[in-house]
Ligand binder design. Sequence first.
Ligand code: PLP
Ligand code: TYF
Length: 410
Amino acid sequence: VLNEIPELPADALFGIKQRIAADDRTPLVDLGIGAYRDDEGKPWILPAVRAAEAKIHADTHTYNHEYLPIGGLPALTRGAARVLFGDDLADESSERIVSVQSISGTGALHIAAKFLASFFPERTVYLSDPTWANHKAIFEAQGMRTATYPYWDAATKSLRFAEYLAAVKEAPEGSVFVLHACAHNPTGLDPTQEQWEQLVQAIAESGHIALFDSAYQGFASGSLDKDAFAVRLGVEKLRHSSPVLVCQSFAKNAGMYGERVGCFHLVIPDQGEETNATVAPAVRSQLQRIVRSEVSNPPAYGAKIVGTILDDPVLTNQWHDDMVTMASRIGEMRRALRDKLVELKTPGNWDHIVGQCGMFSFTGLSPAMVKRLEEEHAVYLVSSGRASIAGLNAGNVEYVARAFDEVVRF
Ligand code: PLP
Ligand code: TYF
């Protein structure tokens, strides 16, 4: 049997990492994987995280390596729900929100997929075209059928809003719509608030299930509250129609990439106090069954760090400031890159780099240009033309602009 197993191609993003590791040219610029870098191009440990770690280590009661409960660390799941839904909605809907800790955002999506496969196996899962490469794999691995809805218009570098809305209305009743809560990966393009209103309204009218993937809360605007607009709107508007699922990652906004800190939340439609009181425990028990059979209990260290931040108002404020630091630096780099391209009179319009938000820009560079950037200039980005803006800094942005200019003219 082993001799018959086909070898799969390397994962595109991790393939870039490998090629960079083997490349000794300087300058060398990594605009591949979506991970924040400081202005020296180095990974950044958030000051809030450092302070939380010090606090954990100083407390002999919390500093140990015991198992967490199956559902995760309460300080994390409780605080995470507040971050996502806001205090008012979290309090008001507390008996309808079921939260469990997950292996970061990917693990939350996996729990969502298993839950859907258990109880909604016939529903189709609609993904944006394009979307994060792993979405399709995660849902299909659980036997869910996937389809796409129109999203990005390459010609105009804008949202195919009318077609998107039509796809929501035309999908069979009760379909699952996977929505990027903010800072869409890979395009960096989000619906406006007015567009979200229409989309969520159509989802409610069709009885669809909304699944928000929240991997970049805080990265679009620097504000956790602003970036939770779509999720909160969804919870309010779908209150009487259908479940809202939210997959929440702290990888990017707390810089906890490898520690795998996340939560899965399921908001049950409001069916009155008595029914709510029986549905929530049943759902919770099923989510715990999923966690139990796969990871037994979730990882503790990163959860304690984020839980400590969320439990301490001073650390929470520091965390908000840290996010502003990251979002502002990315914003500056967007402007610096666009301004340099304009200065160089690089053919084309580059305003979309500034108009897009979050970690990424869908630059519009072709696969051939991306290949040339890598081969001739040691500037790495994904072949789709997606650039992780966090890889830019004051020391390399001009070099990158000149490289873009050269490949565009070539
Ligand atoms: N969803 C989206 C859209 C992402 O871009 C990512 C990763 O970057 C994730 C989910 C999950 O990431 P993680 O599992 O590291 O939290
Ligand atoms: O799109 C990106 O760059 C991020 C990074 O298992 C990523 O999603 C890639 C793979 C993965 C987790 C994060």
